[in-house]
Ligand binder design. Structure first.
Ligand code: PRP
Length: 219
């Protein structure tokens, strides 16, 4: 045990990280230091279990994992699809469930049906491109935005948006609706391919424990 190296986790900041830490606690992985919200510390350690954790912006998590700066990452499937990094996706953690959708005013439905060359605003240009070009074979103009994407059709920047819908209230409050569903999303665990080979037993045992806990919670 003593010559084991530290396994490093990169967790997407915010609700996802909190949920992940809750789940880890349920299988006996604690990181008390991380609960201190006033701390500006960036890396947290559990010396007993030889684990290290750090928080990162969601889109950076697959980057840390691809380069091996973190062995394991937890991030939304939206980010995994958008970043398209060389990582293994090993587990659906089941929380953070939502749907990637094409949304817009009801009047845009026709533009989609007739495969017109429309403008699509999104924080996820790669997902939007893949959906329209590869799945629908529709040529569109994609405009990258960094947030509040629903503004796109409201101020006539775009005809539709490709964005995450969770409760649907942002759409409803702005007179927009889901026009097409692109794919389901939730939090996923990803692993660096080299770490997977070098630390197979530790990583598999961790994944199995989490999977068993998730199954138990479903019942
Ligand atoms: C996300 C998403 C939608 C909203 C959907 O935005 O981009 O705007 O949540 O949630 P709802 O269906 O429950 O209303 P987020 O709050 O992450 O902020 P952003 O718009 O700045 O990306």
């Amino acid at each position: 045990m003593s010559d084991e190296r530290y396994l490093t986790f990169a967790l997407g900041k915010g609700r996802l990280a909190n949920k992940t830490l809750e789940l880890f606690e349920q299988i006996g992985i604690h990181c008390e230091e991380m609960k201190d919200k006033s701390s500006r510390k960036l890396i947290f350690q559990n010396d007993e279990l030889k684990l290290r954790f750090f928080l990162a912006k969601g889109p950076d998590v697959p980057t840390y994992v691809e380069y091996g700066a973190a062995d394991i990452g937890v991030v939304g499937r939206d980010t995994i699809l958008e970043e398209n990094r060389n990582v293994y996706e090993v587990l659906d953690l089941g929380f953070g469930k939502c749907t990637m959708c094409v949304c817009g005013p009801a009047s845009a439905r026709e533009l989609l049906q007739h495969h017109e060359r429309i403008r699509v605003a999104s924080k996820y240009p790669e997902i939007a491109k893949d959906y329209f070009y590869n799945k629908k074979h529709q040529t569109v103009d994609i405009i990258k935005l960094n947030g509040s994407v629903e503004l796109g059709p409201l101020v006539e920047l775009s005809d539709v948006i490709v964005d995450i819908v969770e409760t649907g209230s942002t759409l409803r409050e702005n007179g927009l609706e889901v026009l097409e569903e692109v794919c389901p999303l939730s939090a996923r665990m990803i692993v660096n391919p080299v770490s997977m080979q070098m630390e197979t037993d530790r990583i598999k045992s961790l994944v199995n424990k989490i999977r068993a806990k998730l199954e138990e919670k479903k019942q």
